[in-house]
Design a protein around this ligand. Sequence first.
Ligand code: UD1
Ligand code: UDP
Length: 368
Amino acid sequence: MVQRLMKIVTVVGARPQFIKAFPFSREVRKHPEVREVLVHTGQHYDYEMSKVFFEELDIPTPDHHLEVGSGPHGAQTGRMLERLEAVLSEERPDWTLIYGDTNSTLAGALAASKLHIPVVHVEAGLRSFNRRMPEEINRITADHLSSILFCPSRAAVENLRREGIGGDGGPPSGPRPRVYEVPDVMREAMTLSLPRAEDRTGLLRDLGVVPGAYFLATLHRAETTDDPARLRAALDLLARASGLFPVVFPVHPRTRELVEASAPPLPGSLRILQPVGYLQMLALERHARAILTDSGGVQKEAFWLGVPCLTLRRETEWVETVEAGMNHLVDLEAGRALDLLRSLPPPAPAAPFAPVGAARAMLDRMQE
Ligand code: UD1
Ligand code: UDP
């Protein structure tokens, strides 16, 4: 029997989505019966926030680049919606695939579902239970509009069930959404990339830091950066941590812009960098004594790599990392953070990384 060609439009736009998209795009290219059309919304556009990932991870050049750029939520999401509607109307795919919880995710879900194109959401079911976060609004909406929901954990499946998605729940009419727990695509991306990341440890030498004797920090969440008092408290915390070990800090453009707008400048004791590529980031994570972050993806990578993590937030979507004792929610309490940094056991050497088969599992479910 000749299998019908399956056409998928994948919508990406922000740094973590390029990383999440890479294993599935790679898997699809092994299947002549599946065609992926890649759409880049243009939410992230600096070389080190976008192109570097396409180059390092060999992601195909996007078929459509929507060039929406930055802006307030409504304006940015509105531009995406208008341009995505045109692309999806022209492409008429079998599926629209979206990742995570950014404005690009939300726009993909809305544009596709209004055109009656079924949506596949990867990293479905995550909740912080804090609706002040734009990401929480994006993920709840995306989940409720999706036909296939790929959850990276049991907790995520349970969150969906509580909202009536999966199990016996579903929309009042039309087919029931299909919920699957599959391995984490970010773990697959990391497993595939770690061998090459080892070549990037020269960065540690350039920074004058020694493996196991520096902290790695990232900050970019609106909840940390948009309130000048919280931003200052976060930077103070990092400055105090640098009294114990050097702190390597690749600065997200949002954070850099907000620091420049609200003096004082970045503390001089930090090793400040532009955002780094994924391979350099994995090298920095793997050899850190501990990681301080408000990023979702970085918390998970720390966990998989066996590196202790302090999450500078009040809650996390990745509850398993906290339950396992590897991730500590310290918010911006510098005293608590410093006590932990002084007393944390050193990183446990990570076990060898076996392939996790996330992309393959997703494609199999979509072909059922
Ligand atoms: C977005 C996501 C967030 C995700 C993060 C990953 C939303 C609402 N937020 O946050 O969930 O964790 O991406 O990194 O979708 N900027 C540049 N160059 C760029 C991109 C951004 O200078 O290439 C600056 C602009 O000043 C922009 C600001 O960063 O206004 C914020 O960018 P935006 O895409 O709106 O949100 P992020 O903070 O990056
Ligand atoms: N990352 C990177 N370079 C950096 C900072 C982060 O490659 O300078 C990677 C990191 O390893 C992880 C992903 O970007 O895979 C996380 O993205 P980010 O923190 O921007 O967003 P979040 O996960 O919080 O949505």
